[in-house]
Design a protein around this ligand. Structure first.
Ligand SMILES: *[C@@H]1O[C@H](CO)[C@@H](O)[C@H](O)[C@H]1NC(C)=O
Ligand SMILES: *[C@@H]1O[C@H](CO)[C@@H](O)[C@H](O)[C@H]1NC(C)=O
Ligand SMILES: *[C@@H]1O[C@H](CO)[C@@H](O)[C@H](O)[C@H]1NC(C)=O
Ligand SMILES: *[C@@H]1O[C@H](CO)[C@@H](O)[C@H](O)[C@H]1NC(C)=O
Ligand SMILES: *[C@@H]1O[C@H](CO)[C@@H](O)[C@H](O)[C@H]1NC(C)=O
Ligand SMILES: *[C@@H]1O[C@H](CO)[C@@H](O)[C@H](O)[C@H]1NC(C)=O
Length: 522
């Protein structure tokens, strides 16, 4: 397996110029926060403190025209491969634990690429790119080591989770639950009671300590469980926020504080070991904040699950002593997308990715390091043909506006079909009562293939995001020629798409049949 990938990678990458041979490539630490809302960092006005993240971002490049996908697996699949979801078959929903689905094996991951360049490669925390067969799990996708969980979410202390797949509920009607924590591939059962942000940080610091004396550069993918639901944090992180009366927001503030401290411990370990001088640290969220679980994206419209800015405009920054001086402290408004990390990280390692391979990402390393312009002019936010509504088809000879899709071209953004709830969710105020949890029915609607009825349902919006970042002024009727152009661009991408892969839930995945743990069953 490894050798097959190595052979493949020999074609994929071209060793870059002499520079790479004389200088040791940098260590790369990629920290991913889960469901971390746009509003919820100090420099975007959070009402709680994130001193470490603020300080790191202030010394590096803040990415302020940076986009992710609206939900977990899609963002992670694009981050790992540099390809849009429509090009991997993952354009619909997430990978549920009970689904025989995974990131297709023919696409090399960032870890495959870096391993091929002599890096040691390590993943800690959340995977969520499939595990129904062993070959979809991290150690078979380019990582030398793994410590974490293979699914999408669980309890922060017990590492226990159930499958909420809509298919599963509709089908066997049997709720399946089990543990999900692994060291390499071995189930871990002695961590009950340890909060995962502390656990994953400790593992990361141990790793940094132990690689300090190695000659090899390393890649650390640290995908925290924080700050996804359930709402849990050790009491002392929540205590400073007793004045926040909204309970979920209060606990969320504590969860973010623990995350911030985790990143502090991580960077201190890099500094103490001397590794920091040759390290690039990337921080990104995976999608917009979940407003029903304490997150917030104000003043952006919409939230996690939706194609509105609140779902897709992400927190992201890069910091490193290797940036040029003028970039330290820069706020970048160059357009960047999560699919850009694959070629960007490759460039950090001194590798030029062969552009004939049809990646959707662009290298942003010279934009980040040197302040060059981004090559990216468009972002396909998504096309989901399994999610249509019976609204009117508004234009002939172009993309059908009843299908859920969205694209950004220059300053313009088009949304069609049902983009999800477009509410501007305010920051939960101190005396406001809690937002209800997203009901099971709403979760299903968000996640499952179904058609929404109604001939007159509005299904088209156009915004100038530069002038109107909060999507208040719909231009779709006043600028029909721009609408047509953007729909044509979606049609262009649609013609290149692979059919969505979204298999039914498999009862054989039940952890009861596998020693109580979620794990490969085929
Ligand atoms: C984990 O700890 C909780 C709370 O102490 C307890 O209820 C649960 O049974 C424990 N689970 C295991 C597998 O030990
Ligand atoms: C990492 O190394 C530092 C310095 O030697 C030490 O203080 C710390 O306990 C180590 N941490 C872990 C988790 O191994
Ligand atoms: C950070 O390190 C301190 C000191 O070792 C420790 O008490 C704390 O729990 C750590 N925090 C996290 C989030 O790992
Ligand atoms: C890029 O990949 C293609 C197909 O694998 C190969 O034919 C071509 O020689 C490669 N280009 C470079 C510059 O390596
Ligand atoms: C699309 O074509 C049909 C059939 O020619 C026509 O009746 C309809 O008005 C056209 N719709 C639009 C939006 O141009
Ligand atoms: C999108 O592409 C698919 C597959 O090529 C095709 O079946 C479908 O008709 C296209 N949809 C639209 C709205 O153009």
């Amino acid at each position: 397996m490894v050798s097959a990938q190595t052979v493949f990678l020999a074609f994929l990458v071209m060793p870059a110029v002499a520079l790479a041979q004389t200088k040791r490539p940098p260590n790369i630490v990629l920290v991913v926060a889960d469901d971390y809302g746009y509003r919820d960092i100090g420099y975007h006005g959070a009402e709680f403190a994130t001193p470490t993240l603020d300080k790191l971002a202030a010394g590096g490049v803040k990415l302020e025209n940076y986009y992710v996908q609206p939900i977990c697996s899609p963002t992670r699949s694009q981050l790992m491969t540099g390809r849009y979801q429509i090009h991997t078959g993952l354009e619909h929903s997430i990978i549920w634990k009970s689904q025989p689905n995974g990131l297709p094996l023919q696409y090399p991951t960032i870890a495959d690429l870096l391993k091929g360049q002599g890096y040691s490669t390590h993943a800690i925390g959340k995977w969520h790119l499939g595990f129904y067969k062993e070959k979809y799990t991290p150690l078979h996708r380019g990582f030398d080591t793994f410590y974490g969980y293979w699914g999408g979410g669980e309890d922060y202390y017990t590492y226990w989770s159930c499958d909420w797949s809509p298919h599963q509920k509709a089908g066997s009607n049997r709720k399946m639950c089990g543990y999900d924590l692994r060291d390499m591939e071995e189930p871990v059962s002695d961590m009950n009671g340890t909060y995962s942000t502390l656990l994953y940080t400790k593992k990361a610091v141990e790793l940094i300590n132990s690689t300090a004396t190695s000659d090899q550069p390393f890649f650390l993918y640290l995908a925290y469980q924080a700050v996804h639901d359930p709402m849990e944090a050790p009491e002392h992180y929540i205590k400073p926020y007793e004045h926040i009366q909204n309970k979920k927001r209060r606990i969320y503030a504590g969860m973010v504080s623990a995350l911030d401290e985790g990143v502090k411990n991580l960077t201190e370990a890099l500094q103490h070991t001397g590794l920091w001088d040759n390290t690039v640290l990337i921080f990104t969220t995976d999608n917009g904040g979940e407003v029903h679980s304490g997150g917030n994206n104000w003043p952006l419209r919409g939230a996690k699950h939706t194609l509105w800015e609140g779902g897709v405009k992400g927190i992201g920054f890069v910091t490193s002593p290797l940036l040029s001086k003028k970039q330290m402290g820069k706020v970048s408004t160059e357009m960047m997308h999560v699919s850009d990390w694959f070629p960007t990280v490759a460039a950090m390692a001194g590798v030029k990715v062969n552009s004939t391979l049809g990646l959707d990402g662009y290298s942003q390393w010279s934009m980040i390091r040197d302040g060059k312009l981004s090559e990216r002019k468009e972002i396909l936010h998504n096309i989901d043909i399994l999610y249509t509504q019976k609204g009117k088809k508004l234009f002939n000879n172009t993309f059908d506006t009843s299908v859920r899709a969205s694209i950004r071209v220059g300053d313009y953004k088009l949304l069609c079909g049902d983009p999800g709830d477009g509410t501007w969710w305010p920051v939960p105020s101190t005396n406001q009562k809690e937002l209800p949890s997203l009901s099971a029915a709403a979760e299903e609607r968000v996640a499952s293939p179904e058609s929404i009825e109604g001939a007159d349902v509005k299904n088209l919006w156009l915004f100038n995001i530069r002038d109107d970042p909060n999507e208040e002024n719909d231009l779709s009727t006043s600028m029909p020629e721009v609408v047509k152009h953007l729909l044509d661009r979606i049609s262009y991408y649609n013609a290149t798409s692979l059919p969505p892969v979204y298999p039914p839930s498999d009862p054989a995945s039940d952890p009861k049949l596998h020693g109580g743990f979620w794990g490969p069953w085929r």
